[in-house]
Design a protein around this ligand. Structure first.
Ligand SMILES: Cc1cc2nc3c(=O)[nH]c(=O)nc-3n(C[C@H](O)[C@H](O)[C@H](O)COP(=O)(O)OP(=O)(O)OC[C@H]3O[C@@H](n4cnc5c(N)ncnc54)[C@H](O)[C@@H]3O)c2cc1C
Length: 490
């Protein structure tokens, strides 16, 4: 396979994971990353001397792909888990523990739900109606709010499900797809009239001790892309930054990529291409040769958000937080309703004890601001966003001292929205791409935006490319009487 050249467009975790698989299989691979740094949504930097992620900070340890990648890089021993699994929700004016027995906010234990105090008495009284209501018809896909609201009431949606989903998508429950964002719950609910019974089934089937839910790396998850890139290079691949792909065109025997500025373009030829960029640039690149996929990709909406990281002296906290953080439902955080706009707070130095060990005198806190439709909140200058985050900590933790350092990271259009119909849309994209030899797509826009899901999509894309190259080389071997022909590259 050494004669084949594959280009991966996008140096986020999906592109890098795809490139690593290809490089390790002997393909000559070039990763083209448009920005000056690799990693995409994975990026870490120091604040007050402590490495705190600016984007993704943990990966699900209940799926194998992320951990497998780290193990494959020989870094299994480095993986660290959260020091606490407990988190809270700011509801009805107070911080309350997430009720036990819930799955992404959908309750299964009514006593635990009542004890948590997250819902009002009226909201709580509505929940058990699920046990007696007739089946909620669900022909095709429906929104999270429509289905869950119909079963257990709107308050469960507003005060539990949406904030938990908001942590992933920064989206709205009225728009998000039940099937695509809560696949396990949606599948269980198919066979049951009652949603509560369906979630009880999921809880029963879960192993009693499945181990920690999340994992990260000691210097931040933002170090993972660099480890992967080093592995690609070691396997003979090339990772380039500042190399924006502006055009992708199919040629008789492969692909031609136009890279760099319009005035001084560079042309790169490839036998196969993996497009691992967000939906909007993917749509632009696929437009000339796969217009059906491009149209579908153009319709995927993205939410913007910002992460405000504050580093405080430990002594600034009258009492050190015990849990990993808390979520703020839109009904509580909306600035129009008197909220401060902060939708989630992570006490990074509590969640990750290794950060505390780095400097016991510093507590790093990450505050997420902004969800779909809250663009005006994000149009405020950095100082105002930081002030909102400080006001949040003053109100909930009594922190009145100024932080020793603050940092605002904006993620414009950072999170794809898996809206109603998303799975069908992705199936249409894949069908169009499947009819285009030597092309594969990967990344957060498709089958899950968590890191393990992105890695899974990368592996699938790499497998598709390898199959194509193998069948192509087989043909070329046949043509040249058993001698592989050199490919034209660059
Ligand atoms: C703030 C934030 C926090 C998150 N937290 C978590 C978390 O804790 N755990 C978790 O599992 N997930 C988390 N996620 C989601 C997860 O990080 C992302 O879904 C995932 O990293 C996306 O990877 P990707 O490779 O698909 O895309 P990206 O990371 O977006 O990478 C795509 C890359 O393509 C490049 N690119 C775009 N256009 C071009 C072009 N034309 N030519 C060349 N390059 C191009 C971009 O510059 C970018 O580097 C978070 C996301 C955000 C925004």
């Amino acid at each position: 396979m050494t004669t084949s050249h594959a280009v991966v467009v996008g140096g986020g975790i999906a592109g890098l994971a795809a490139a690593r698989t290809l490089a390790r299989d002997g393909v000559r691979v070039t990763v083209l990353e448009g920005s000056p740094r690799i990693g995409g949504k994975l990026h870490v930097s120091e604040i007050a001397g402590v490495p705190v992620d600016e984007g993704a900070e943990s990966m699900l340890a209940r799926r194998p792909e992320g951990l497998d990648l780290v193990r494959g890089l020989g870094r299994a021993a480095d993986l660290v888990n959260p020091g606490t699994a407990s988190s809270a929700i700011l509801s009805r004016g107070a911080l309350r523990r997430l009720p036990s027995g819930q799955v992404m906010g959908v309750p299964s234990d009514l006593r635990a739900l009542a004890a948590a105090g997250v819902l009002s008495p009226a909201g709580l009284a509505r929940v058990p109606l699920d046990l007696v209501l007739p089946e909620t018809p669900r022909g095709g896909d429906v929104s999270v709010a429509a289905y869950i609201g119909a079963r257990v009431g709107r308050e469960v949606v507003d005060r539990l499900v949406e904030p938990l989903l908001g942590g992933v998508y920064a989206g709205r429950a009225e728009l998000l797809s039940f099937e695509a964002t809560l696949p396990a719950v949606a599948a269980a609910a198919r066979g049951q009239r009652s949603l509560i019974s369906a979630v009880q089934g999921i809880r029963k089937a879960a192993p009693a001790d499945a181990g920690p839910v999340f994992a990260t790396l000691p210097d931040g998850l933002g170090t993972l892309p660099h480890l992967v890139a080093a592995d690609i290079t070691a396997a003979g691949g090339t990772v380039r930054t500042g190399a924006t792909v502006r055009e992708l065109r199919r040629r008789e025997d492969g692909w031609r990529l136009t890279v760099g500025p319009t005035r001084d373009p560079e042309y790169l030829d490839a036998d196969a291409v993996v497009v691992a960029v967000p939906a909007a640039p993917a749509s632009r690149l696929l437009e000339p040769d796969v217009p059906a996929a491009a149209r579908e990709l153009a319709a995927i909406e993205y939410a913007s958000m910002a992460i405000v990281t504050l580093a405080y002296r430990t002594t600034a906290f009258p009492r050190l937080p015990k849990g990993s953080g808390y979520l703020v439902p839109a009904v509580e955080s909306d600035p129009g309703r008197g909220g401060r706009g902060v939708k989630a707070v992570t006490f990074s130095s509590v969640k990750w004890p290794h950060l505390r060990d780095r400097d016991p005198g510093v507590i790093a806190v990450r505050c997420s601001i902004g969800r779909l439709g809250e663009e005006r909140t994000l149009q405020r200058p950095d100082e105002e966003l930081a002030a909102s985050a400080m006001a949040e900590l003053a109100a909930t933790c009594g922190v009145t001292e100024l932080p020793v350092e603050s940092r605002v990271t904006r993620w414009g259009g950072g999170l794809p929205q898996y809206n109603v119909g998303h799975a069908d849309r992705v199936a249409r994209v894949r069908a169009a791409v499947a009819g285009t030899p030597g092309l594969a797509v990967a990344g957060a826009a498709y089958d899950g935006l968590g890191i393990p899901a992105c890695i899974a999509s990368a592996r699938a894309a790499a497998t598709r490319v390898l199959d194509h190259l193998r069948s192509r080389e087989g043909v070329e071997h046949g043509r040249s009487g058993g001698q592989a022909e050199g490919t034209r590259t660059q």
